[in-house]
Ligand binder design. Structure first.
Ligand SMILES: *Cc1c(COP(=O)(O)O)cnc(C)c1O
Length: 387
């Protein structure tokens, strides 16, 4: 018997044993030549994962929210016009952070499970000169995937830089930072990157670094100020020691292992695998005749699935039934519909076997909760989806 339940939530995810071994190894000095090498290589590998050959990567101790906070602190000056595409709880949070640093924020919203159309975004850009457009690629509270590529095209047409919250997407959803013209993409270690919580990661385009250097006001956040961090990142790439704050040494060692694994799989194969995992899981949802939170299929993320409970099924009871079968899934997060849906993460190390086991556990859980389905319908549909 395995000593832990299979973790199928949208982060943290299941971690590879080699990654966990690096985390548990004796801590080296942050000035050790081997550590500086691992840090430098990790920065180089981040460029490949983000598909940003000319980008400037950053690795800091912190969670995804720290990455959002740091990007806002460095990219926004008081009074800047910022357009936020709000697709859920995490976009909402980004809005609060941007306002904290003085952004003059304009938000585009749509009903829960939807996303603003390209026409609405273009109208907003046309109305107001916009410095920064901020978008969440996958909002983990709704499972809504945005069309980052098309939105980036619009942003550039209207002279705005574009920031992407990729915490639930980088390393799994298709994101081609340089080809699509993304200026900042940020993530955290515990989701598709496959490292336990604790690292904030982001990559900045040369244009955005240029914009940062032209700031007229100081960065109103000491820890996150890129003036403190840029020299650290640059010297590690030159394999020279440099200190601002003690890095999360073991987490960086773990990141080094995980990024190597990601690149061994290859980004194209990784995007493809996540499409298959998602298609397989969603086929079961359809076979059970359950609704997803995203209002249209093309709005649905590949890294997680957000599913509405059927009438008569109590959310906490279903989650408990699934947990009895040694699989952990997640409840709702969006404050307006929190008790009405559950979420299943299928990213990073997740295998097709994990997805099938999860479908089986949910199917049994639904039946145990009195939902009238034939045993095996979800599994059969999921199998057919892989053919
Ligand atoms: C998880 C998540 C965050 C927040 O990350 P933390 O590590 O919890 O701070 C932000 N944005 C998105 C899209 C996320 O999925």
């Amino acid at each position: 018997m395995r000593s832990h339940k299979l973790l199928m939530i949208p982060g943290p995810i299941e971690f590879d044993p080699a990654v966990l071994a690096a985390l548990g190894a004796p801590t080296t000095s942050h000035m050790d030549a081997d550590f500086i090498e691992a840090f430098g290589e990790s920065l180089e590998m981040m460029r490949q994962v983000f598909l940003a050959p000319h980008g400037q990567p950053f690795i800091l101790a912190g969670s995804g929210t720290l990455a959002m906070d740091a990007v806002a602190a460095n990219m926004v000056e008081a009074g800047d016009n910022v357009l936020l595409i709000n697709t859920g709880f995490f976009s909402e949070r980004f809005g609060e952070i941007l306002r904290r640093y003085g952004a003059d924020l304009y938000q585009l919203q749509s009903p829960i499970g939807g996303r603003p159309s390209l026409e609405e975004i273009e109208t907003a850009l046309r109305k107001r000169e916009t410095k920064l457009l901020v978008i969440t690629q996958v909002d983990t509270s709704t499972g809504v995937l945005t069309d980052v590529r098309s939105v980036a095209e619009l942003a550039h047409h209207y002279g705005a830089l574009i920031v992407v919250d990729g915490v639930c997407s980088v390393g799994a959803e298709e994101l081609r930072m340089e080809e699509w013209g993304i200026d900042v993409a940020l993530t955290a270690s515990q989701k598709a990157i496959g490292v336990p919580p604790g690292l904030a990661l982001w990559v900045v385009s040369p244009q955005a670094i240029e914009r940062f250097k032209q700031r007229k006001s100081p960065v109103m956040n000491y820890y996150s100020d890129w003036n403190n961090w840029l020299p650290v990142m640059l010297s590690h790439e030159e394999r020279k020691p440099s200190y601002f704050c003690t890095p999360a040494v073991n987490l960086v060692w773990a990141l080094h292992v995980s990024l190597k694994q990601i690149l061994t799989e290859g980004m194209e194969a990784r995007f493809q695998r996540h499409t298959v995992l998602s298609k397989t899981f969603k086929a079961a949802i359809k076979a059970w005749e359950l609704d997803q939170v995203p209002l249209k299929d093309e709005f649905a993320a590949h890294t997680l699935t957000a599913v509405r409970y059927p009438a008569g099924v109590q959310g906490s009871a279903l989650l408990a039934e699934v947990a009895k079968r040694d699989i952990v899934i997640s409840g709702g997060l969006h404050p307006q519909i929190k008790t009405q849906y559950f979420r299943v993460g299928h990213m990073g190390t997740t295998t097709i076997g994990d997805v099938m086991a999860t479908i089986s556990a949910i199917e049994q859980g639904l039946i145990a909760c009195g939902y009238p389905i034939q045993p095996g319908v979800g599994l059969a549909a999921a199998q057919a989806a892989q053919l």
